[in-house]
Design a protein around this ligand. Sequence first.
Ligand code: 15L
Length: 275
Amino acid sequence: MADQRVLITGAAGVIGTLMRPRLRREGRILRLLDLRPLAPAEPGEPVEPRTGSVTDPAAMADACAGVDALIHLGGLSRENTWADTVEVNIHGTHTVLEAARAAGVPRVILASSNHSVGFRTIDEAGSPGLPADSSPRPDTYYGVSKAAIEALGSLYHSRFGMDVIAIRIGSCFETPHPLGPRGLITWLSPDDGARLFEACLSAPSPGYRLIWGVSKNTRGVFSLREAESLGYRSLDDAEKYAGELLGGNPMPETPTSNYVGGPFCTAPLGEPNPL
Ligand code: 15L
């Protein structure tokens, strides 16, 4: 059987770097695209490095040739100017989907974000958690761009029959620490991230899906049912870091702690920030 070829855009970014070793499989070639330099291939690592931008149709056409599935992580990962956000995230995702369609790539997995619904509240979550298809309530221009890419994915499924799964990713870092105690709610462990991407790659005929990308965190407020229906099983829980993150104190209450998007909800619109 021919090798499976999976293209990852934004492969040198935070999630791309965490996923690269974890998505390595016998019989799979990872084609890695980024503007930035990629770490060199390890001996025997089946990768095909490509340099290019997700906004460049020629680079995307080249990257999509012969690909069985595409994981689109490339783009701006936090707040930026409206112009840059539209260009890189919305126009970029359109360019990616268009290249995938033209090349006959049957399945695309899009990195959306919790910030497409950042103004939804933890209070409204209920059981089994905030539905994965809650309508958009973006908290930033960045969040608007993520809602737009979900819509683009839906369009490409409905018009062209492509399988498209948009993942509303929580906080995917090695540990939940980078954004403080909020990570106890939003963490997607890298190993769970890989389990989720594997489920998205292998689920038979998923059509268009919108799912949460989070671990089964004790303090989680997100429904995992939709991801589980694709075969995802989370094995991690941010709670093991609660002692370090809270030092025995309750979760701090801040003006934004009831919002899914946390501090993004008050960050100045259109200004790059370190969140
Ligand atoms: C995101 O969408 C960002 O890409 C990431 O840097 C984190 O800030 C994450 O959300 C989060 O909400 O923790």
